[in-house]
Write a protein that binds this ligand. Sequence first.
Ligand code: NDP
Ligand code: 8X3
Length: 269
Amino acid sequence: MSQQEIHGDVSRVAVVTGASSGIGEAIARALAGAGFRLALGARRIDRLAQVAESIAETSGQRPFLHALDVTSPDSATAFVDAVRSAFPQIHVLVNNAGLARGMTHVADVSDESDWQVMLETNVMGLLRMTRLLLPNIRRSGDGHIINIGSTAGHEAYAGGSVYCGSKFAVRAITDALRQELLGEQVRVTTVDPGMVETEFSVVRFHGDVRRASEVYAGVQPLTAEDVADCVRFAATRPKHVNIDMVVLRPVAQASGGRVARRPVAAKEV
Ligand code: NDP
Ligand code: 8X3
């Protein structure tokens, strides 16, 4: 069944936060391929423009893009105002913007700024975007909020207290929203991946590319496209079907800290 047959409308509009790289970029491509019109946001507007250009070439539609820092109420409001001006209706919000910073144990942290950035982005940013866009999503008659959580929101690991805490919060917020929106045509989903090779670990380790590459050494991680497939699946079910939660991880990862690695020569890292 095509997207058009399911929804009777090929022009559903999806907002994707953090679409300038990794999973968000892949979600934007996947949703464009499924017939959604797109509004994309991130801080790196140059990278966002490259993503939009490439989507325009492959899908024939040019996504709307606007700078967005989900940690800033002013930026989030300006973004939402711009999206509302561009589209009469907004159906889907994919809350993907997020990050980890550091893996320092709580006792050893001397500066709280990494904690603050993670909580401001992953928790406050997600709540803010949801609050601001919910009136439009409700009015669309076919609304859907899709949050990108993590397996870190199911099982904590040493050095992940705040990142894991932020993703446990995403799961709680998703569940609470589904309760709050009961009786309305708004679906609420969380997609929770394990290890995905993106810029995530480079950001986590403050630009240390070598340390980031060690995360994926000797293991085949998920790709951003693997995650985007799940988002597309959830977003293209018939209107009466709510996919509550999708948890996916590499075959070689049983939990955050338990990964089966093949031996790696030092030069491969
Ligand atoms: P990337 O670092 O590749 O992408 C992160 C995206 O979030 C970028 O587009 C970045 O854009 C955006 N972003 C970060 N901070 C902000 C902000 N303040 N405002 C707006 N956008 C922001 O990592 P991933 O693609 O891997 O991460 C995407 C999501 O997936 C995150 O929520 C992450 O927690 C989650 N996740 C990742 C996993 C992994 O192993 N990679 C596993 C499970 C979940 P810009 O810098 O341009 O603002
Ligand atoms: C990212 C996955 O295992 O690095 O959310 O926490 S993990």
